[in-house]
Design a protein around this ligand. Structure first.
Ligand code: IPE
Ligand code: IPE
Ligand code: MG
Length: 219
């Protein structure tokens, strides 16, 4: 079984760079290339939804230079790769609070969403200035007590993730998709994100295929 929805906490860019005596932004740069690969691998394997955690509501605590580097790498990627996404029939959706982003990054993101909106292959959610608690708060403010609470989450209309992969060795959720991960299978690997290979990717998918999901029931 292939997950219908795969979510990934792409962690370890900074350590990867530091270990090599490089600047942290160089880790983010390499990490963006790996993210691009993962989009291709996922689409090739017919995964329907891929969610990548790119920047959390807590990552604003980092030095300004690192934050700027992360956004400029992302903006560059979105500008240069939108056509490739269209060719692969991938539609992009940003989840998170884009209002807080600089004008250019926000424009590039909205443009990528607009240009890929007709694609009906894989949906790529890019979690940007995303926090699980902030998302639940937003939904709670909108929800009127009737109708589905889920319809007010960023992931409206999408199934919950079947598998969560976190690279970089930490075994925590770090405020990612708190609502949606309720019954998600978790997979942690020590591999740092910039080193994450197609073999590592397939290892996670193979591990998932052997999980027995019960959702509170019995087999
Ligand atoms: C993940 O890598 C990328 C972002 C959080 C933006 P980190 O930058 O957290 O890398 P480490 O955890 O410091 O190695
Ligand atoms: C989670 O990684 C956020 C992203 C991958 C974007 P962090 O590096 O921010 O998480 P903590 O600080 O180790 O919990
Ligand atoms: Mg980290």
């Amino acid at each position: 079984m292939i997950p219908t929805h795969l979510a990934i906490i792409m962690d370890g860019n900074g350590r990867w760079a530091t270990e090599k005596g490089l600047h942290r932004w160089e880790g983010h740069h390499k990490g963006a290339q790996v993210a691009e690969n993962v989009v291709r691998w996922s689409s090739n394997r017919k995964i329907k939804y891929l969610t990548l955690f790119s920047f959390s509501t807590e990552n604003w605590k980092r030095p300004k230079e690192e934050i700027n580097a992360i956004f400029s790498i992302l903006a560059e990627y979105m500008k240069n790769r939108t056509d490739e996404l269209i060719e692969n029939n991938v539609s992009v959706k940003f989840i998170g609070d884009l209002e807080a982003l600089d004008e250019n990054t926000r424009k590039v993101c909205l443009e990528a969403e607009r240009k890929t909106s007709h694609a009906n292959g894989m949906t790529l959610n890019i979690a940007l200035n995303y926090g699980g608690r902030a998302e639940i708060m937003k939904a709670a403010k909108e929800w009127n007590g009737i109708g589905k609470f889920e319809d007010h989450l960023y992931t409206v209309g999408q199934p919950d993730p079947d598998l969560l992969i976190r690279t970089g060795g930490e075994m925590r959720i770090s405020n990612f998709m708190l609502w949606q991960l309720a019954y998600t299978e978790l997979y942690f690997t020590k591999v740092l994100w910039p080193d994450f290979s197609e073999e590592d990717f397939d290892k996670a998918l193979s591990d998932f295929s052997h999980r027995k999901r019960k959702f509170g029931g019995i087999n």
